[in-house]
Design a binder for this molecule. Structure first.
Ligand SMILES: Cc1cc2nc3c(=O)[nH]c(=O)nc-3n(C[C@H](O)[C@H](O)[C@H](O)COP(=O)(O)OP(=O)(O)OC[C@H]3O[C@@H](n4cnc5c(N)ncnc54)[C@H](O)[C@@H]3O)c2cc1C
Ligand code: FES
Length: 280
């Protein structure tokens, strides 16, 4: 008799596990915050990993985990209403069930970064995956050096995690600077794109590891500003978003050169990537 070589006890990588929506609220006109719990056992993940979220009969979408694994008992997602699956997620209520596969990807090099100064440059919902690592660092504060966070959002009303940004701005152990592209009567802070903040933190960039995450258009200008500030490419990390299907390195949808973003990414060292993110 021929024995099947697969391990009968191993998890089926294509089979979603059920999760319950514990909390939900709109953060602004397009972004939904969700707090979830797997029904069977807690989700074990690393900062910067993502999950495939499925809605029965509709489909599946990759979504970054925005909470830190130091936060036990639940995980958090922020979902922009962009199409079929995400629209359906926006229509769901507390107590409803979704499917979860993952976590996938390697996420942030959290151990490698111990002892280093860290700078986070975030554009719009680029803050969502970065927040996972930021909160991990803040929960393990003695392990890391100086922390600087730059957040840029198109318009005042589209800001996400506003209360938390407010708390970061008042913490003594990090530097938080925020800007919006368009002036607003209710906004007394910086106005201008996120790159306008980079010259203000030039001294903090020396020797720091810089993590960049935002919309595709942002990378070109942020990377140019970092080059002007003489930050070596080896110290820059970019978060890539690709179309994904399987999430497990089988289908090739997410491939860039020899990288499978679903497996090796979504966070890449800029020097090691070998391709400018804006050219992808
Ligand atoms: C690793 C990773 C992490 C992500 N994290 C988040 C997150 O935290 N929050 C969030 O809101 N979204 C996130 N996204 C994007 C999200 O996966 C897409 O918006 C989602 O797949 C759209 O699915 P849908 O069925 O709702 O839309 P569809 O009906 O499939 O498509 C709607 C539109 O979006 C386009 N689209 C679909 N996927 C992508 C993509 N990956 N890149 C560019 N355009 C796309 C389609 O071409 C179409 O125009 C992430 C994507 C990746 C790859
Ligand atoms: S999504 Fe299938 S190989 Fe990455």
């Amino acid at each position: 008799m021929i024995e099947c070589s697969c391990d009968k006890n191993s998890k089926d990588i294509y089979l979603p596990e059920l999760a319950t929506i514990k909390k939900r609220r709109m953060m602004n006109g397009t972004e939904l915050y969700m707090q979830l719990e797997l029904d069977a056992s807690p989700l074990v993940y690393k900062p910067g990993q993502f999950v495939e979220v499925s809605v029965a009969g509709v489909g599946e979408a990759p979504i970054s985990i925005s909470s830190s694994p130091t936060q036990k008992g639940f995980f958090e997602l922020v979902v922009r209403n962009a199409g079929n699956v995400t629209k359906k997620l926006h229509q769901m209520s507390q107590g409803d069930k979704v499917g979860i596969r993952g976590p996938f990807g390697k996420g942030y090099p959290a151990d490698e970064m111990k002892g280093r100064d860290l700078v986070f440059v975030c554009g719009g919902i680029g803050l969502v995956p970065q927040r996972s690592f930021i909160n991990y660092v803040l929960d393990n504060r003695p392990d890391y050096g100086e922390v600087t966070i730059l957040q840029g959002t198109k318009c005042f009303s589209m800001r996400v995690y506003r209360e938390e940004c407010e708390q970061w701005a008042h913490r003594g152990d990090l530097t938080f600077m925020e800007t919006v592209d368009e002036a607003h009567d209710c906004w007394t802070g910086n106005v201008g794109v996120v790159t306008t903040l980079i010259p203000k933190i030039e001294s903090k960039l020396k020797g720091a590891a810089v993590f960049v995450c935002g919309p595709p258009v942002m990378y070109k200008f942020v990377l140019m500003s970092l080059a002007e500030a003489e930050v070596p490419r080896e110290d820059v990390y970019v978060n890539l978003e690709r179309r994904m299907k399987c999430g497990v390195g089988k289908c090739g949808h997410c491939q860039i050169n020899h990288h499978y973003v679903c497996q090796d990414g979504p966070v890449y060292n800029y020097a090691a990537l070998g391709t400018a993110p804006e050219a992808i």
